[in-house]
Write a protein that binds this ligand. Sequence first.
Ligand code: 13P
Length: 249
Amino acid sequence: MRKKIIAANWKMYKTPAEAREFMEKFVPLVAGHERDEIVICPPYVDIAAVVDGAKGTNIKVGAQDVYWEKEGAYTGQISPAMVVGAGCEFVIIGHSERRQYFGETDDTVNRRLEVALEAGLRPILCVGEVLEEREANITEDVLRRQCSRAFRGIGSNKAAKLSIAYEPVWAIGTGKTATPKIAADAHSIIREEAAHAFGGEFAQKLRILYGGSVKPENASELMAQEEIDGALVGGASLKPDSFAKIVKW
Ligand code: 13P
């Protein structure tokens, strides 16, 4: 059995004061919850507040992205060492919103993934097809391409800390959720690609999360699927009681 990871992606929501307030309410709601790993990925400026609020709990913290250079004249960028130093254990890499709005490509995803792993972070690599790709029946090609390019040049010894999130873009923030069958099919394609790149044993242990309109109402049905090893939650992770219900699916 793979321990599930229930991760919040706060995207561009919450000030540090709002992050602190969330933690005050959320921490008691999930106290003693050991069945799943709980992760919160806030905006960079909220990391300190979330790390502080998570002290003495089993809640882990992640960043939403990192740049691939160690340091230098790169105004506005954040390095893997910086987020590690700020108390992050996780980092999201290649989220579809970064691909859609900020020029992220399979190649830059690969560079970020490599440095994140080197820094000892636990990356959550995001892959997923857009609606036109699903309708054109090329979902499988898209997932295989996104995975194989992201994995390029990364040795199986380095990949141990990797997790993947399958986030069909048509399900993000739309209220449409992939059926358990759609998610399970995508997850097995991703697992095959991981086996191809890093070996069967690695692939069996790899956690593949589902993301896209996960809510308290649908979390248990999705999480009950053997192929689904957790959730990456956007909108429904912003309220303490709603995210706590998903954690306790
Ligand atoms: P929603 O849960 O708001 O659909 O967002 C999913 C997502 O993009 C998580 O990374």
